[in-house]
Design a protein around this ligand. Structure first.
Ligand SMILES: O=P(O)(O)OC[C@H]1O[C@](O)(COP(=O)(O)O)[C@@H](O)[C@@H]1O
Ligand SMILES: [Mg+2]
Ligand SMILES: [Mg+2]
Length: 329
């Protein structure tokens, strides 16, 4: 039973989390606290992003494990989320896009693992285009008293206990699920609070927008090329911000499809299974949509490496089904 409908728009995130916890008599409050820790880090990063001065704009001269130049805000966001999760005490180990290896927080008895993309849409930071943060939360498999292990971190997306994203756009929004529907909260900086603004989000079964980097189309799988031709025939609108969180968020609210398929340039796609595809796939499905690699359900994939990539096709259910048909013709 999703009780979000019982809580009016304007309810604070804190109150919402508390109310949700009441639905789970055996809940111990640790996941609730973890969600609050994430919201705290989001408020700080939102402030950093809106500053846009020499401390936050530009590259930092280092590369991450993906070989991408790290933007200052990639590193700032990474530090801020790690610090909030460490100080919060509910997370034992973190997987981050910006760190090659596991980050152990020292909270050896903590129950949770977080996989995160601290700053998504890095190529858009310096030009004031919306960027985001993406996170997936798992319960560890191993006993407490030790750091989380690779086994704890390489769980299927179906094992997520919660997932969400923060969108740093015209306003800062936190959208998340704990497996009982999807809710969106808008940040009010002058009050320092997130307020429920989008209760019980449902993605339309069908949309008229598609998002992909068409520059790579010539070496997309034939099924995807044919689906794109279908979208054009249908006179669907092409919308591509180049920030996954922002493109996904628009499609979540209005209906539509985002895809980043495999191509000659990115043999296994570009996006990372653990901290980009799995969290957004959980949200998409909880909102009534779907997420696949073109054919297979993202959440059923068994991860084998922390930073592995996979093709992503995500959004309105009927559009994902259409892609699957084209891909299996
Ligand atoms: O520039 P491209 O190839 O279109 O890729 C854009 C995609 O890459 C990303 O920027 C990858 O995420 P990061 O910025 O976190 O590395 C997505 O947000 C976006 O959808
Ligand atoms: Mg990203
Ligand atoms: Mg990133």
């Amino acid at each position: 039973m999703n009780d979000a409908l019982a809580l009016p728009v304007g309810t604070t995130l804190d109150r919402f989390i508390m109310r949700k916890q009441e639905d789970f008599p055996f809940a111990s409050g640790e996941l609730s606290q973890l969600l609050r820790d994430i919201a705290l880090a989001a408020k700080i990063v939102s402030r950093e992003i809106s500053r846009a001065d020499q401390d936050t704009v530009g590259t930092i001269g280092t590369q991450n494990v993906q070989g991408e130049d790290q933007q200052k805000l990639d590193v700032i966001a990474n530090i801020r989320f790690i610090r909030a999760l460490r100080n919060g005490g509910e997370v034992c180990t973190i997987v981050s896009e910006e760190d090659e290896d596991l980050i152990h927080t020292g909270n050896a008895n903590a129950k949770y693992i977080v996989a995160m993309d601290p700053l998504d849409g890095s190529s858009n930071i310096d030009v004031n285009i919306p960027v985001g943060t993406i996170f997936g939360i798992y319960r560890r498999l191993t006993d407490g008293g030790q750091d989380g292990t690779l086994e704890d971190c390489l769980q299927k997306g179906t094992q997520q206990v919660a997932a969400g994203y923060i969108l740093y756009g015209a306003s800062t929004m936190l959208v998340y699920t704990t497996g009982c529907g999807v809710n969106g909260f808008t940040y009010e900086p002058s009050l320092g609070e997130f307020f429920l603004s989008h209760p019980d989000i449902k993605i339309p079964d069908k949309g008229r927008q598609y998002s992909c980097n068409e520059a790579n189309v010539s070496n997309f799988p034939l099924g995807i090329q044919n689906y794109l031709a279908f979208c054009r025939e249908q006179k669907y609108s092409s919308r591509y911000i180049g920030s996954l969180v922002a493109d996904f968020h628009r499609n979540l609210l209005k209906g539509g499809i985002y895809f980043y398929p495999a191509s000659d340039k990115n043999k296994t796609g570009k996006l990372r299974l653990l901290y980009e595809c799995n969290p957004l796939a959980f949200i998409a499905e909880q909102a009534g949509g779907q997420a696949t690699d073109g054919i297979e359900r993202i959440l059923d994939k068994t991860p084998v490496a922390l930073h592995e990539r996979c093709p992503l096709v995500i959004g309105s259910s009927e559009m994902i089904e259409k892609v699957r048909k084209y891909m299996t013709l």
